[in-house]
Design a binder for this molecule. Structure first.
Ligand code: FAD
Length: 537
């Protein structure tokens, strides 16, 4: 099988042009082309008047060695790599102990799935509820202002990415094609097949809920076991080796292999780790607001006359500005045609984030507009970033009126430094509601200054971005974990053997795909350790 990269065709090309492009690239007659599949389809919208599709194709030809010999030295015609997943081992039939996986977000899902597929029958402990019940609780905050601190956007079956846009692209290096394994398993669990080949795949909230259930069933069918509403509140550590975990109800569960995939919002768990002496350090994260613009404005700015084209879908954007005060401001977790959601997991705090459905057809585009901060910005303590997050989220709760409404401000007013009193043409989507105010006091001065400078500058990248009626809501604080639970090359904690910190909460992933990939790597490390092998792939 050959891989042809960078096959460029006009946006509205006829289907037959693909085969014609292959014949031309390989300089072969039609009868020598046995078949082909689209491995990846992206687009190049740098020239709005001539948007093109960019393909990677897998091609079967009659005499592959001869074609390759003719193409030798070319980087755009190569042998297609083997992207299939290879298990590192198989559990023995008489497996005495089972690994424990704490948390069933993308990282815990894939750690548990791979362990189950290798026969290790993991026990999964999840503090939140099964996804259907969790959905009701999550909507309880959005519709009735009732927060369940154990069952919400952050906590429960499926993890933080369940009510999301379900974007599945990532910048991680992936020489072993783990990302392909993740996407293939998602498709098995009823994700749309196109996620395997479109360059920026997304799933959307409703489908994610069904997929999470399907993956749970697969893990159970392979001998895995689930305990929901089972919060881990303590670790049993004996001379630097984990021996088990303790649940909130006092129950002790013995295991020498524990995957800790608790996500970035498990603040009580981070505190417990610190108190138990597990090595934890502060790490950089970002703070800011959600910005909402009409999706049509973004589509026009990005795609010009092709706005609304079905192959392009709702347009996204990526923005960066380096402010004069040395801070970088960037767009984060952009959700085309989506909604801004209330994402707190703690009472009397307000946090924003974004989600969308598969169709991405809501009226607004939203994105986090955030400023990078480092541990030097707050007191020198491993958990000080959490204190800062809490302080900002509490301020937002007060500014929003103390009833889980988010504080909001028109972009034009924010840039001009005057409070907003009413909405303009853009209706914000955050539920339960938005209270117009002055966002100035919601973040540290350096962040406000940098965002104030960045918003007009973004207008040079997306024409119309500085729309005075665009709405900012705050605060965005859960962009990534404020801590890193450092691990060694064997994926075990720096100072606690048998404890495998994993995913976003441990500081080793950012986003659904990278958290899932980290789950696979950690599952492999657990398996090798349980099999007494020291070879880490
Ligand atoms: P999590 O998904 O946070 O899962 C951790 C799990 O551990 C949770 O289910 C939690 O209940 C459980 N847990 C925590 N503490 C304990 C404990 N002590 N005992 C037992 N269980 C515990 N990323 C993208 O790539 N694309 C997107 O479109 C996207 N949109 C998002 C939208 C929203 C609203 C949010 C909140 C996040 C979004 N993200 C998105 C980020 C993405 O969800 C995370 O990067 C990802 O979920 C991290 O996976 P994880 O498994 O490491 O942690």
């Amino acid at each position: 099988m050959l891989r042809l990269t960078n096959v460029i065709l006009p946006l509205d090309h006829p289907e037959a042009d693909l085969a014609a492009a292959i014949l031309e690239r390989l300089a072969i007659p039609a009868q020598d082309l046995l078949g082909f599949t689209v491995f990846r389809r992206g687009y190049d919208a740098r020239r709005r008047s001539a948007i093109t599709l960019v393909y990677t194709l897998h091609v079967e030809v009659r005499d592959e060695p001869a074609v390759l010999a003719r193409m030798s030295g070319r980087t755009d015609v190569v042998i297609a790599p083997d992207t299939s997943y290879k298990y590192v081992g198989q559990a023995p039939a008489n497996l005495a102990t089972r690994p424990v996986v704490i948390g069933f977000g993308p990282c815990g899902i894939f750690a548990a799935l791979i362990l189950a597929q290798m026969g290790f029958r993991p026990l999964i402990l999840e503090r939140g509820k099964v996804v259907r019940e969790r959905t009701r609780d999550t909507w309880g905050l959005w519709r009735k202002r009732v927060l369940n601190p154990e069952s919400n956007v952050q906590f429960g079956e499926g993890g933080a990415g369940t009510f999301s846009d379900g974007k599945l692209h990532s910048q991680i290096k992936d020489p072993k094609h783990y990302g392909r394994k993740v996407l293939s398993e998602f498709v098995q669990a009823h994700a749309p097949e196109e996620i395997l080949y479109v360059s920026k795949p997304h799933i959307g909230t409703f489908r994610l809920v069904k997929m999470v259930e399907a993956m749970r069933e697969t893990i159970e069918s392979l001998g895995g076991e689930f305990r929901f509403e089972s919060r881990v509140t303590d670790l049993d550590i004996e001379r630097g080796q984990i021996r088990g975990v303790v649940l909130e109800n006092g129950e002790h569960i013995a295991s020498d292999h524990v995957v800790l995939a608790v996500g970035h919002s498990a603040r009580d768990t981070f505190q417990m780790l610190y108190d138990r002496g597990v090595y934890v350090e502060a790490k950089p994260f970002s703070i800011g607001f959600r910005a909402e613009h009409p999706q049509s404005l973004i589509d026009r700015a990005r795609f010009g006359k092709f706005a609304g084209h079905p192959l392009l879908g709702a347009a996204d954007y990526k923005l960066v500005h380096h402010a004069k005060n040395g801070r970088s401001v960037y767009s984060f977790c952009m959700c085309p045609g989506g909604t801004v959601v209330a994402a707190t997991s703690e009472p009397e705090r307000v946090v924003t984030n974004g989600m969308s459905q598969y169709s991405r057809n809501e009226r607004n585009a939203n994105s986090g507009i955030v400023v990078g901060i480092t541990p030097e910005d707050y007191p020198d303590h491993p958990l000080a970033g959490i204190d800062l997050q809490r302080e900002l989220e509490s301020r937002a709760f007060v500014l929003g009126g103390g009833n889980y409404d988010a504080p909001g401000q028109l972009l034009g007013d924010f840039v001009a430094g005057r409070p907003s009193t009413q909405l303009g043409s853009v209706i914000p989507s955050y539920k339960p509601g938005v209270r117009m105010t002055d966002l100035g006091p919601s973040l540290p001065d350096y962040a406000i200054e940098a965002i104030r400078e960045a918003l007009p500058a973004f207008d040079r990248q997306i024409r119309g971005y500085a729309l005075p009626d665009a709405v900012l809501t705050g605060v965005e604080t859960r962009t990534s974990s404020p801590v890193r639970i450092k691990r060694l090359d064997n994926f075990q904690s720096l100072n606690t053997r048998g404890l495998f910190p994993a995913g976003e909460g441990a500081g080793y992933a950012g986003g659904i795909l990278s958290a899932a990939v980290d789950g696979i790597k950690v599952a492999e490390a657990v398996a090798l350790s349980m099999l007494g092998r020291t070879d880490v792939r």
